[in-house]
Design a protein around this ligand. Structure first.
Ligand SMILES: [Zn+2]
Ligand SMILES: [Zn+2]
Length: 281
């Protein structure tokens, strides 16, 4: 199995790799730019080389990048939609440059304009982004969401609706967030419920399209529609759910990435990763 965590790029992208090593990660998720700003400084050759050298030296790989939280390609506001599309394209180009295979993003919010029009805008913008990058090697991964506010992607059917309409099928995939699907109302703790939920995922989306699992427990209950991450085994999902995932042979090659709270010393990541690894039977 591949276990890791989201690690900060503060001080330069290569720092996420050394932090990952310190936190005992096999693989990391990073932001490829500041996540709460539109602007991104161009990556220098020095930075890119330092990043590759850190990967080589530590053996820690980069499973994926996660986009900025500002992006909403489902927005009914033309200016914001265009800004979001340009930003998604820029982030995809940066992942190409850094040889990061997957870019995870939240599908988007319809902001009161209706779910289907929102999803159609997401499809249109993803198609435009993939069309604009000729030698793209990055898979755009739609992340399952908790369904907070007008966020789309809280049912497997919504994710499938978008995927089905992407022209470049080779570069679209899915990131399953355990906290988000649980908050959206999919039970995963009891082994029977887990089997049923994953069968639904396979029937509607297809396990072959799963690229990343975000392993997060949830501070809020099943169906709460709230996105609040908790340490592994300490939330409403509980440790049994993670045992179901970790011992599911179908997920053997899928990176499990933590996005749980932590301090700068990364102790919590080390503890959460140890908990996940100990579940393997
Ligand atoms: Zn996310
Ligand atoms: Zn979340």
């Amino acid at each position: 199995m591949i276990f890791g965590a989201h690690e900060s790029i503060a001080g330069g992208v290569f720092n996420a790799i050394t932090r990952g090593q310190k936190a005992t990660c096999d693989a990391v998720q990073i932001f490829n730019k500041s996540n709460n700003q539109w602007r991104a400084k161009k990556l220098t050759t020095e930075e890119v080389d330092g990043f590759f050298a850190a990967i080589e030296k530590t053996g820690v790989t980069v499973a994926c990048s996660h986009t900025s939280y500002l992006i909403n390609i489902g927005s009914p506001d033309d200016a914001l939609q265009e800004k979001s599309r340009n930003s998604l394209q820029e982030e995809t180009e940066r992942c190409n440059l850094l040889k990061i295979p997957n870019l995870v993003f939240h599908p988007g919010s319809h902001v009161g304009s209706g779910e289907e029009p929102g999803m159609d805008r997401i499809v249109d913008n993803m198609n435009q982004v993939l069309d604009a990058i000729p030698d793209n090697t990055v898979t755009l991964c739609l992340e399952t969401t908790a369904g907070q506010g007008s966020n789309l992607g809280y049912t497997f059917e919504q994710i499938a609706y978008i995927m089905d309409r992407i022209e470049d099928k080779a570069h679209v995939g899915v990131c399953l967030d355990t906290c988000h699907i649980f908050a959206a109302g999919y039970p995963i703790t009891d082994p029977k419920d887990y089997k049923k939920t994953i069968k639904q995922f396979d029937d509607v989306i297809g396990i072959k399209n799963l690229k990343i699992v975000h392993a997060n427990d949830s501070k809020t209950e099943l169906g709460s529609k709230k996105d609040r991450h908790e340490h592994i085994g300490e939330g409403h999902i509980g440790i049994d759910a993670f045992s179901n995932f970790v011992n599911d042979k179908r997920f053997k090659k899928i990176p499990f990435i933590l996005e749980t709270p932590k301090d700068d010393d990364l102790t919590e990541d080390i503890e959460n990763l140890a908990k996940l690894r100990a579940l393997g039977k």
